[in-house]
Design a protein around this ligand. Structure first.
Ligand SMILES: [Zn+2]
Length: 76
């Protein structure tokens, strides 16, 4: 089973959880504040410390870990 990374939309807490394929987070609670349905983010993208600044490349750009147009919403 894959490990998915989730981000709480309420408190911003990020955590990883081993869950079944396709888990959307709807059945998960934030371990920090117990808010339901954290946002799932994709691990491996937009990692801190990669040394690669956000170049804006990729067209339609933005952060790979979230659907927003910039990284301010995901802390990256
Ligand atoms: Zn939370």
């Amino acid at each position: 089973m894959p490990i998915y990374e989730f981000r709480c939309h309420k408190c911003g807490h990020r955590f990883e959880k081993l869950c079944s394929m396709g888990e959307s987070g709807a059945n998960i609670q934030c371990p920090a504040c117990s808010a339901p349905a954290p946002q799932r983010v994709m691990s491996g993208f937009c990692k801190k410390g990669s040394g690669d600044p956000v170049t804006g490349g990729g067209g339609g750009g933005g952060c790979s870990t979230c659907s927003s147009s910039n990284c301010s919403s995901c802390g990256h």
